[in-house]
Design a protein around this ligand. Structure first.
Ligand SMILES: Cc1ncc(COP(=O)(O)O)c(C=O)c1O
Length: 440
């Protein structure tokens, strides 16, 4: 088996596994129309391997999950220990001991002491929690969200996810609870107008009066879009003045990805609710919504019944893995690594701008950097970005695009990526971009 990066060993096993999925899984799930997907079988740190033994450097953390690295030893040890003791408990009746330890540890990292959690499995679950508790607290089910937002795809989360491709097939079941306002320009030029739009949308009449504003502190799937400096603090002030609940969806940005444990810390905002997911379980499904008393206390048990819960709430493996993630962040001094990753990716991307003329924008913070492409001559960059991602995969780099037009290369590597791997992977992306940009 070759030790070099890239698809040296062919794709026979991947293709056969994908053919088997094509006849057993709903066609919507995987892209069977292209030759892009590979079947993954192993990942450690920032390295991954497919079913044919091909090796890759991962610049995605697999959807932003492996922030501390794949199969981090602290996560792996915690899972091994926990799986020798208790695999499953009774979350809202007889909880696992490890849930108490996990919530105690994470509480030390939140921006206020009075947050209370509801744990869950997916990012969308955490968003559902925030929206349900906010509606219970305010008596108003309407929500102001932002154009380009992605908050998950479950029924409630989809109401506030703006990206049209996800809404279109399910339009018949959308209630119109979400009202969308523009995302502010990065230079702040329209920030006052956007804040006005939030105020107007929140005050407007309609079947669902508005009680909540939900925002990603940096839009991830919307194309790694940063709000202008100070915008989030001004939004928080507006929400406080209007009596609106402010939810920060930190499913992508949270757990260290941008160099602080939560992005709201860097923005000096203490939201009413913070949603976490993705990295929280280090690869094991774990999410949660942390709410201040105004929200957390708005929902009571119905006698013996918890009324917002699920079978796997506070799952012992998830909580153990979550403790492992926190340990990995601390012991590996990983938050400090985000800045170095940002500097390296930015420097390379700026050089690509010079060399190819195909980089329209470089943005983001820490290990969450977006490089927006344009076609040579200034046309839409989506097709070029797609070709770069496909070519990079063949050469041994796992990379994805974000953004409505798929024109943003998203660099979200594990914080633990060794500097040499980062350089090597960026070198391969550079070659892919340079060659694809030169291809008519
Ligand atoms: C900001 C944000 N919120 C929510 C979600 C939904 O998370 P999940 O796919 O785990 O439901 C995502 C997923 O990408 C996300 O980026």
């Amino acid at each position: 088996m070759s030790r070099a990066l890239g698809q040296q060993a062919g794709r026979r096993h991947s293709r056969s596994l994908l053919r088997s999925l094509a006849i057993r899984e709903a066609p919507e799930v995987l892209d069977h129309g292209s030759d892009f997907p590979v079947a993954l079988c192993k990942a450690d740190g920032a390295r991954a391997r497919d079913a044919d033994g091909n090796r890759y450097i991962d610049l995605t953390s697999f959807f932003g999950v492996a922030t501390v690295g794949h199969r981090h030893p602290a996560v792996f040890d915690a899972l091994r220990t926990q799986s020798g003791r208790l695999l499953h408990a009774m979350g809202d009746v007889h909880p696992a001991d490890v849930k108490a330890r996990f919530l105690r540890e994470i509480a030390r990292r939140l921006p206020a002491e009075d947050y209370r959690a509801v744990l869950s499995l997916n990012g969308a679950d955490a968003v559902e929690t925030a929206l349900k508790f906010a509606a219970a607290a305010t008596g108003r089910a309407g929500v102001v969200a932002f154009e380009g937002s992605y908050h998950g795809l479950s029924a409630g989360a989809l109401e506030v996810t703006h990206l049209p491709a996800f809404r279109r097939p399910f339009a018949a079941m959308l209630s119109g609870r979400g009202r969308f306002v523009p995302w502010p320009a990065a230079d702040g030029s329209d920030a006052p107008a956007v804040l006005d739009a939030v105020r107007i949308a929140a005050r407007a009449d309609g079947p669902f009066p508005v009680g909540t504003v939900i925002i990603e502190p940096i839009q991830g799937r919307g194309g790694v879009r940063m709000p202008p400096p100070g915008f989030l603090a001004n939004l928080a002030a507006l929400c406080a003045a209007e009596g609106l609940v402010l939810v920060f969806d930190e499913v992508y940005t949270g757990v260290g990805r941008t160099g602080t444990f939560l992005r709201c810390e860097a923005e000096s905002v203490v939201p009413d609710a913070v949603c976490l997911g993705k990295s929280l379980g280090g690869g094991v499904p774990l999410s949660g919504c942390w709410m201040r008393p105004r929200l957390a206390d708005a929902v009571s048990r119905a006698g013996v019944e918890a009324v917002h819960t699920s079978t796997f709430l506070g799952h012992p493996l998830g909580c153990a893995a979550g403790l492992g993630v926190l340990k990995a962040l601390d012991r590996g001094r990983m938050l400090q690594k985000a800045g170095r990753i940002e500097a390296v990716v930015r420097a390379r991307a700026e050089a690509w701008r010079e060399a190819t003329g195909c980089v329209r924008d470089v943005r983001g913070v820490g290990a969450m950097i977006g490089v927006e492409l344009q076609a040579p001559g200034g046309g839409p960059g989506g097709p070029l970005a797609g070709r770069v991602v496909a070519r990079a995969l063949k050469d041994g780099v796992i990379l994805l695009t974000e953004g409505l037009a798929g024109d943003v290369l998203a660099f979200t590597p594990p914080l633990s990526i060794p500097p040499r791997d980062l350089e090597q992977a960026l070198g391969l992306v550079e070659r892919a971009l340079t060659e694809e940009a030169a291809t008519p």
